[in-house]
Design a binder for this molecule. Structure first.
Ligand code: ZN
Length: 499
C-alpha cells in the first residue's frame, strides 16, 4: 500500500493548502478591509495555482495509478476503493480542462461580474447579454472537454451533483411542478397571513443570543466552530474541527438572521459530522451540493418552521425581546413565519414557491445552452415562465432575469442543486422518522439529539463514499423523488392556510 499511503499524504497536503485558501476567503467576507481586495486576489491566484498543479501533476498520476493496482483486489465497497473512486473522478475532471481555458474562464467571469453588477443596477439585460453569450460559449467548451452521453447540460450539472443526469432532474421537477403550482394557487385564494409581527424592532444583540441558544441546542459545536457577521451568509470549513458560519442581522426582519442561522447550522452540522477516522482523507467531504442543501433546508424549514419547534421555543423568543411580541399569539407567530407569497426574488422565496424559481432557471439554462432560445430573448421567456409558475410578472430585469450572480460566474448547472436539496430534505426526514420512531416525539419536546444522530449515521459519516444517487438509494431504498416533499408541503400549508 506504499502508493496508496503516499497518495493520501499528498492529497492531505493539498487539502491543507485549500483550507488555507478557505481561511482567506472567510476573512475576506468577514473582516478584510476593502483595500485588501487586490492583494487578496493575488494570494488566491497563487494558492490556487499551487494546489491545482500539485493535484494534476505527474506525481499524483503516478501515485493514483499505483494505488489503483494495490487496491484492485479489495472489495469495491472498501474505504480504499471508495476513496480511489472519488479521487479518480476529481483527477480525470481536472486534467480534462486545458489550463488556457480555465484561465480564460477566470478572466471572463471576473469581467462578467462587473458587467452584471452594472447591468443589474441599471436593470438593463442588453448590457449583460453579449457577456453571457461569451460565457455560454466557454461553458459549451467545458462540457465538450468533460464529455457527455445524452445532453450537454449533463456535463455541467455533474460538477455540482456528481453522476446526476439532466433527465433525472427534469423527472423529479416534472413530478413536483403541477402539485406545487396548484398549492400556490390555492394559497393565493385564501386570506393572506399577516407577517408584520416579524417586522417589529428586534435588537440584533438579542437576535444573536437567541440564535446561539437554538443552534447550541441543535448540536452546533462551538468548540469546533464559530459564527461571524457577513453580508452574504455562508458556511465554510477548514476541516471537520473548524467550521465557520456567518449571518447578517436585520433589525426589522426577524427571519433574516434567525432562520438564516439555522440554515447555515444545518450545513455546519454536516461538516462537523464527518467520520473522525476519515480526517485528512478525500472521504471527509460532502457528497454533493444537493446533499449539503438537504441538511440546511431540513433544519431551517422542516424543523425550524414547524409547529412543534415553536410550541417549545416561542416563550423563550418572547422573553428575549421584552414587550415586542407580547400581543402576538403562538399561532399567529407560527403562521407569520410560514407565510407563502409568490415573489420575484428567489433568495427571499418561501418553501412552497422556492422550487418554482429553480425550475424556471433550470429551463432557461438548458435552453440557452442548447441555443433553443437566444440570449436576447431571455427576459421575455423569463417573465412568461414567472406568469406560468407563480402567477406574477417582474416589472423589470433587475427583479427578473438579472437578479442572480450565478450566470456571471458561468455556474450553469448549479441552480438545480438548491431544489434537489430541498426535495431531498423531505425524503430524508420521512425516512428518519420511520427508522427511529422516537424522532417525532423528541422534536415535539424541542430535543434534536435523535434526529442529529440519525443524520450523523446515515448522511454525515458516509462523507464522500457514495455518489448522491447511491446514498439516497442506500438510505431511503429508492431513487430521489418529489412525493415526500409534496406530501410534506400539502399537509403543512393546507393546515397553515386552513384550505
Ligand atoms: Zn444553503
Amino acid at each position: 500500500m506504499e502508493n496508496y499511503n503516499a497518495l493520501i499524504v499528498r492529497l492531505a497536503e493539498i487539502g491543507h493548502l485549500n483550507n488555507a485558501t478557505a481561511v482567506l476567503g472567510w476573512d475576506q467576507q468577514c473582516y478584510m478591509p476593502h483595500g485588501g481586495a487586490g492583494e487578496r486576489a493575488e494570494s488566491f491566484a497563487v494558492l490556487g495555482k499551487i494546489s491545482h498543479e500539485m493535484f494534476i501533476g505527474n506525481e499524483t498520476r503516478r501515485l493514483l495509478e499505483g494505488a489503483e493496482k494495490e487496491v484492485s483486489s479489495q472489495s469495491p465497497e472498501s474505504d480504499e476503493a471508495l476513496t480511489l473512486r472519488a479521487v479518480r473522478r476529481d483527477f480525470d475532471k481536472s486534467v480534462k480542462l486545458p489550463t488556457a481555458l480555465v484561465a480564460e474562464i477566470g478572466k471572463a467571469t471576473a469581467l462578467a461580474h462587473e458587467t452584471w453588477v452594472k447591468a443589474r443596477a441599471e436593470s438593463d439585460w442588453k448590457q449583460f447579454a453579449p457577456t453571457l453569450s461569451h460565457l455560454l460559449d466557454l461553458s459549451r467548451q467545458v462540457a465538450n472537454y468533460y464529455g457527455y452521453e445524452d445532453q450537454m447540460y449533463d456535463a455541467l450539472l455533474d460538477q455540482y451533483e456528481p453522476g446526476m443526469k439532466t433527465a433525472e432532474v427534469a423527472q423529479v421537477f416534472n413530478e413536483l411542478r403541477p402539485g406545487l403550482v396548484k398549492l400556490v394557487q390555492d394559497i393565493a385564494a385564501a386570506p393572506p397571513i399577516d407577517d408584520t409581527p416579524l417586522r417589529r424592532d428586534f435588537d440584533p444583540a438579542g437576535q444573536k443570543a437567541f440564535g446561539e441558544t437554538i443552534i447550541r441546542k441543535m448540536g452546533f459545536d462551538f468548540e469546533r466552530g464559530r459564527q461571524d457577521v457577513a453580508v452574504h451568509p455562508f458556511c465554510t470549513s477548514f476541516g471537520r474541527n473548524d467550521v465557520r458560519i456567518t449571518t447578517r442581522f436585520d433589525k426589522n426582519w426577524l427571519p433574516c438572521a434567525l432562520m438564516g442561522t439555522i440554515h447555515e447550522t444545518g450545513h455546519a452540522l454536516y461538516e462537523q459530522g464527518f467520520d473522525p477516522k476519515d480526517d485528512d482523507t478525500p472521504l471527509s467531504d460532502a457528497t454533493s451540493l444537493g446533499f449539503h442543501e438537504s441538511q440546511s433546508r431540513l433544519w431551517e424549514n422542516i424543523v425550524g418552521r414547524s409547529r412543534g419547534f415553536w410550541n417549545i421555543y416561542y416563550t423563550d423568543l418572547q422573553k428575549q425581546f421584552p414587550g415586542v411580541l407580547d400581543d402576538v399569539s403562538l399561532d399567529s407567530f407560527y403562521k407569520a413565519i410560514n407565510k407563502v407569497e409568490p415573489s420575484f426574488i428567489r433568495v427571499e422565496a418561501d418553501e412552497v414557491t422556492y422550487p418554482l424559481h429553480i425550475m424556471l432557471r433550470f429551463e432557461m439554462e438548458k435552453a440557452m445552452l442548447a441555443e433553443t432560445i437566444s440570449v436576447e430573448d431571455v427576459p421575455e421567456a423569463w417573465n412568461e415562465k414567472m406568469r406560468e409558475y407563480l402567477g406574477i410578472v417582474p416589472s423589470n430585469d433587475a427583479e427578473g432575469c438579472l437578479q442572480d450572480v450565478h450566470w456571471s460566474g458561468a455556474s450553469f448547472g448549479y441552480f438545480p442543486t438548491y431544489a434537489l436539496g430541498t426535495i431531498l430534505s423531505a425524503q430524508l426526514f420521512e425516512k428518519a422518522q420511520k427508522h427511529n420512531l422516537a424522532i417525532a416525539g423528541d422534536l415535539e419536546k424541542g430535543e434534536f439529539g435523535s434526529l442529529l444522530s440519525w443524520l450523523r449515521e446515515n448522511v454525515h459519516q458516509p462523507g464522500r463514499r457514495y455518489l448522491p444517487a447511491e446514498l439516497v438509494q442506500r438510505v431511503c431504498g429508492e431513487a430521489p423523488q418529489s412525493r415526500s416533499y409534496l406530501h410534506y408541503l400539502n399537509s403543512k400549508f393546507r393546515d397553515v392556510y386552513g384550505i
